[in-house]
Design a protein around this ligand. Structure first.
Ligand code: SF4
Length: 102
């Protein structure tokens, strides 16, 4: 999840100044349309795709792992907050010893 946010910030930091510079070269109404299209195409759409990939990749961990039922699990980051590690289908950081119900 951190990767997704990182790349949103990077793409935004590059795209917004580029759109701003473009403003002085084209008509305002066209610039507005191009700006919205560029923001959607370069920032929003890739972020949505990345998030969908993230959800698919972690679906089993989020829905049917031991960690998904534990109070120390943060589903938004797929992270065990007690161990500060990412559980996977094959890896449970505490090996079930510190599992606590939500
Ligand atoms: S404490 Fe153990 S069971 Fe709970 S989220 Fe962390 S690794 Fe998973």
């Amino acid at each position: 999840m951190g990767d997704i946010v990182f790349w949103i910030i990077i793409r935004t930091a590059i795209t917004i100044p580029a759109i701003w510079i473009l403003k002085s070269y084209i008509d305002y109404q066209l610039w507005l349309i191009v700006g919205i299209a560029v923001i959607y195409g370069i920032i929003i759409h890739p972020a949505v795709l990345s998030y969908k990939k993230f959800e698919v990749k972690n679906k089993n961990v989020l829905e049917s792992s031991l960690c998904s039922t534990c109070k120390h699990f943060d589903p938004s980051a797929v992270l065990c907050m007690k161990y500060d590690e990412h559980p996977t289908e094959d890896y449970i950081p505490c090996e079930g010893i510190h599992w606590e119900p939500k």
